[in-house]
Design a protein around this ligand. Sequence first.
Ligand code: 8YV
Length: 312
Amino acid sequence: MKPGVLVVGELPDWDLGALAERFEVHLYYATADKPGMLARHRDTIRAIATKGEVGASAELMDALPKLEIIGCYGVGYDLIDVPAAKARGIRVTNTPDVLTEEVADMAIGLLLAAARRIPAGDAWVRDGSWKTKGSMPLQTRVWGKRIGIVGLGRIGAAIARRAEAFRMPIAYSARQKKDVPYDWYPTPAALAPHVDILMVSAAGGPATKGLVDRTAIEALKPGAIFCNVSRGTVVDEAALLAALRTKRIAAAGLDVFLNEPDIDPEFLTFDHVVLQPHAASATVETRKDMGALMRANLEAQMEGRPLLTPVA
Ligand code: 8YV
């Protein structure tokens, strides 16, 4: 008999199909009767497949006494209660590396789209403004500007490599200075006054909650550009909204927010902000790689082999 996997967040059909070859797949996200599904399959579910936006709580773990592993379809596992998993001997894996370059592409894309007003330019052509009003308002330069990266992990480093090609002086904030030729600051608040662009790419979770605080946002130079491809929780969103309201932040590109997808509606009112629906890793190619890595971890656990990318 195949082991059971509880799929708590929606996955592409190709992943569900591949999972079904090795597991009895239970679509938790699609069932109205969640307690019933847990009760019926509590003795056979040995794995959970989750994703960045949908976590796994201690309560869910407790409902599944045979649970051995939680495979996160995403690098960020901040919504999985890892201490609870550890305490119960449940392994947790994520999908690092396979999405690094994709997220860095989106970071640069958002930066260019916001500063160069690419969506507004597209609308200007489509709605006839080009013909009736002539040129659109001028844009803001990106290349050569000083960029500050909050969190120089795998994704931050990939953004920095791209920024080098844009001939940008690079600075970063991180708890520890790293062996890189970029200027280091210990906190976003220390970094912010020295940069033209603040790019947030730190991991989410309790350790980085509110890391980009009001002090950091208020320390940005007037006219700064702000981007976030990490987690909404990393930023003091009230302070960000205030700086967007006054246009102290001249342009912003945001892929992540608090309370996704029910985000603060004020974001929708800003025409100097480019919004994305938490899609930085969302290409067919990368999502296939993420799914394959998540499944490889689940299968390794079922077969008693070492996990490929464990976090706990
Ligand atoms: C999501 C992400 O997990 O990897 C992460 O941490 O935020 C994303 O890749 C992705 O949307 C999968 O649901």
